[in-house]
Write a protein that binds this ligand. Structure first.
Ligand code: GCU
Length: 341
């Protein structure tokens, strides 16, 4: 399976990158005079994000079908998040969906979303992310890197899962846990007492299967959509992060659009978020059912407070080390308070 995926990825890369090498200036390729828009993401074709992106495609093609054809590449076919962001940065592809953890190295303001227990409720998380006017400043923070965020997608809350049950932070001692390629996430997992093993999402299944790592941390869909539940049978609800995913576009491409076209792309992005959000809760329930009944995964309700206590100092460390997140951090604390009873 992995081999087939690699071959497909190489073929796609050859096509995508071919247009760059042929020196056709704008990198863009045309199909019957229509500009091809390529979007890369890491999820399967049933994942809420893929369904949201299909609506993004439909809306653009319905409204600008004479000019654009949208192609979606799921399953990291064009490479893992870091690679796909670089392709978007150079304009080899036009859009990518990636978690904010992958953006930290491009704009350090994104570190704030990797802070453990940053949001104290789901309501506060949604209220923060839905405030488009406020988020706009953050979305522009990668302009210098050559790309900009168009919208966000819910990626639920992240918890640890492993080959053995984790009931309290001490159970993580001596375990190797995969984290996203983000300094803040590494610090968090180390605070829990585990060894952090950063790697791209697509490598996690094999790494657990082969015993290179003992587990990982993610939302419930990773168990089913990415089949991690086949190799890690204990999922512990310590809910340490809510890390949003972002739809990121190449800035040159976005700037090349007329005002009317840009408006359509923005509306398409908004619609894709609504579709993704509507799918999320239902898919999580279904993933839990499948993981439990068909894969034999055990869900463990842990005392979240115990995990919070060991992880909270990491919030302070991140704050002390990164002045640029102070304002957004304070802003989120205010929103947290609004939803605390
Ligand atoms: C989730 C998230 C992805 C992220 C992945 C990961 O699936 O939606 O954007 O890449 O976790 O842990 O790498």
């Amino acid at each position: 399976m992995k081999k087939i995926k690699k071959v497909i990825a190489l073929m796609l890369c050859a096509t995508v990158c071919g247009s760059i090498l042929s020196g056709c200036g704008s990198i863009a390729s045309l199909n019957g005079g229509r500009r091809i828009i390529r979007i890369s993401h890491a999820q399967s074709e049933t994942h809420p994000e893929h369904l949201g992106l299909l609506e993004f495609k439909n809306y653009i093609e319905e409204n600008l079908g004479d000019k654009f054809e949208v192609q979606i590449y799921p399953n990291e076919l064009l490479g893992g998040a870091q690679k796909a962001i670089e392709l978007t940065q150079t304009g080899a592809i036009d859009f990518v969906v990636a978690g904010t953890a992958n953006l930290e190295t491009f704009a350090d303001i994104y570190e704030v979303f990797s802070m453990p227990y940053l949001f104290t409720s789901e309501e506060a998380y949604f209220a923060t992310m839905d405030d488009t006017e406020y988020m706009e400043n953050i979305y522009k923070s990668t302009d210098e890197a050559g790309f900009r965020v168009l919208t966000w997608y819910n990626a639920g809350s992240r918890s640890v899962y492993a080959k053995k049950p984790i009931e309290k932070p001490e159970d993580l001692k001596g375990l190797k846990i995969r984290v996203q390629q983000s300094p803040a996430s590494i610090a968090m997992i180390e605070a829990f007492g585990a060894a952090a093993s950063p790697m791209s999402f697509g490598e996690v299944y094999t790494a657990i299967q082969q015993g290179v790592i003992d587990g990982a941390e993610n939302n419930e869909l990773a168990l089913t959509n990415n089949k991690h539940g086949e190799v890690a049978k204990y999922y512990s609800y310590n809910r340490h992060q809510m890390v949003p995913d972002m739809l990121i576009g190449n800035l040159k491409f976005l700037n090349s659009l007329s005002d009317d076209e840009l408006e359509i792309f923005e509306e398409a992005a908004k619609i894709s978020t609504e579709v993704e959000r509507a799918e999320w809760d239902e898919q999580v329930q279904e993933a839990k059912r499948i993981a439990e009944e068909d894969m034999g995964v055990q869900f463990i309700d842990v005392d979240v407070q115990l995990f919070k206590e060991v992880a909270m100092p990491v919030q302070q460390e991140i704050l002390d080390g990164n002045e640029s997140i102070r304002d957004v951090y304070d802003h989120i604390q205010e929103i947290n308070e609004q939803f605390e009873s």
